[in-house]
Design a protein around this ligand. Structure first.
Ligand SMILES: [Zn+2]
Length: 494
């Protein structure tokens, strides 16, 4: 079995994953800026890293997964100008900035829980790490990579790029960046438009402010991730992830800060999750081509014909590899819902399989399991994994007709592997298989069906085929399929 290959977007190549410490993984992922509801594109990014987190754990790694909450310092234009996103929303809603932070952090957690994303090991906030950010700024000043101007501190890109390849992650060079940047026009304290803020002086109107050696101010957006990844994972750690849109400037600046402060670029593998489109177009609030997770789950959107369960959406998301663009559409979700149902039905059939047939079957479960592992080892290729899961679905169907197909030991082994892939690695949830039915309604349905199947068994014992067939046909019309086996009858929802 080969090891795990990761596409490192810093080197632009697949690399064999070798953690710094055997058996352990340190992973940092840029979390949300909590000033509004998390959108579906963000959900995809976080589910991509949730899958990676789950798979690494499944393979026996002890993972420390750090995902931050940006609750200060992220300005409206994503650069160093404009209002703080959180403070702007606070003014709009006429509440305290920390109420904004609390409201949207709770919403983010609710959404992550609905999509069955595991919580990270540590979830640090920018406002909780002002001291660390000030210390890193001081370190950069004393190393000569930053300068103070009028109460603000900026990273000196020109000085840094004399000896370091600024642009190494995004593949840009500083001349290109200069030609694409706005002229400072003497309006800024920056020496060059490429410089970015480590610490910004707070204007009188700025609400979120902290004392610092340079007066009252707030940290620059890029600094928190360098400070917090270093604090919890060390100066050098294994994986840094985030959405593709963060590659530049955010992650480029992180590397420069890390190298400038302590000579290591931070992460040894950079991973970027691709974006989500809706009906073939970029999602955008202004054009109305947008979908919130809440709208997906309620069906309350002009883009949808009905509601979809979070598990179906998750299944749909993992049908594409995290590095490819994924397009959401009502049609595609309907197809995913059918696939999700088939997978869950097959799993249920296998879990109810009677002990019959020979010990060993014809289907080579170990070879199949190795193919599944290979798919995930190849840069977490979940669509290939899912294709293999449907090979298992076919094998389960063949086994229904001929129990020599899986055999008793094969069926038990397949059940164990399938359970791990579906629920532990892909993070799907069985309840969603029956639409909006939760665990309690599933239990009630099972009880009712036990009575119906018993009545049908009695009819068959009395050779009342008309009654037996009528029960079967009426259930089929209602979407419930009866399967008769040597050990009795079972049902699945179509
Ligand atoms: Zn970040």
């Amino acid at each position: 079995m080969s090891g795990i290959q990761i596409y490192d977007s810093h080197q632009g190549a697949l690399r064999t994953f070798e953690p710094l410490q055997a058996g352990r993984v340190g992973m940092y992922v840029c979390g949300p800026t909590v000033y509004s509801h998390v959108h579906l594109g963000n959900v995809r990014t976080f589910l991509s890293f949730d899958l990676i987190f789950r798979y690494l754990q499944y393979r026996g790694f002890k993972v420390r997964y750090v995902r931050n909450i940006t609750d200060a310092g992220h300005l409206v234009d994503d650069a160093d100008e404009g209002e703080d996103k959180v403070a702007k929303r606070a003014k709009l809603e006429q509440i305290e900035p920390m109420e904004v932070v609390q409201k949207y952090t709770v919403n983010f957690h609710d959404v992550m829980r609905a999509f069955n994303a595991l919580p990270p090991s540590i979830e640090p906030t920018a406002t909780g790490h002002i001291v660390e950010q000030i210390a890193m700024t001081q370190q950069l000043l004393s190393n000569g990579w930053a300068y103070e101007a009028n109460g603000s501190v900026y990273f000196d890109v020109e000085a840094y790029s004399q000896t370091h390849p600024y642009g190494e992650l995004s593949g840009r060079n500083t001349e290109e960046m200069m030609s694409g940047s706005r002229d400072l026009d003497g309006q800024s304290d920056k020496r060059s438009p490429l410089d970015f803020a480590l610490w910004k002086k707070a204007s009188d109107a700025h609400i979120m402010r902290w004392a610092s050696p340079w007066g009252e101010g707030f940290p620059g957006w890029h600094l928190e991730c360098s400070a917090m990844s270093t604090k919890y994972l060390g100066e050098e750690f294994d994986i840094h992830g985030g959405g593709m849109d963060l590659k530049f400037p955010h992650h480029e600046c992180e590397i420069a800060q890390n190298k400038g402060a302590h000579h290591h670029g931070g992460a040894r593998y950079w991973m970027h999750a691709n974006m989500l489109t809706l009906n073939g177009k970029r999602m955008s609030k202004s054009t109305g081509n947008t979908l919130l997770p809440e709208e997906l789950l309620s069906g309350d959107s002009p883009h949808l014909s009905k509601a979809y369960s979070a598990s179906v959406a998750r299944f749909f998301i993992h049908q594409a590899q995290y590095r490819s663009v994924l397009d959401f559409s009502d049609e595609a979700l309907q197809a995913a819902e059918k696939g999700h149902q088939r997978l869950m039905n097959a799993f249920k059939t296998l879990s109810q399989r009677a002990k019959q047939g020979p010990k060993e079957g014809q289907f080579d479960v170990q070879a199949w399991q190795n193919r599944c592992l290979e798919a995930m080892n190849n840069d977490f290729n979940s669509p290939i994994l899912i294709a293999h899961l449907f090979d298992a679905v076919k094998a389960i169907q063949a086994d229904q007709n001929d129990p020599a197909h899986l055999g008793q030991a094969g069926a038990a082994a397949l059940l164990g592997h399938l359970e791990a892939w579906i629920f532990v690695v892909l993070g799907l949830q069985a309840d969603a298989a029956s639409g909006t039915a939760g665990a309690s309604s599933q239990k009630a349905l099972d009880a009712a069906m036990a009575i119906v199947l018993d009545a049908r068994r009695k009819a068959r014992e009395q050779k009342d085929w008309a009654a037996s067939d009528a029960i079967r046909d009426l259930l089929a019309a209602g979407g419930i399929q009866i399967k008769d086996g040597a050990e009795g009858s079972s049902y699945t929802i179509q």
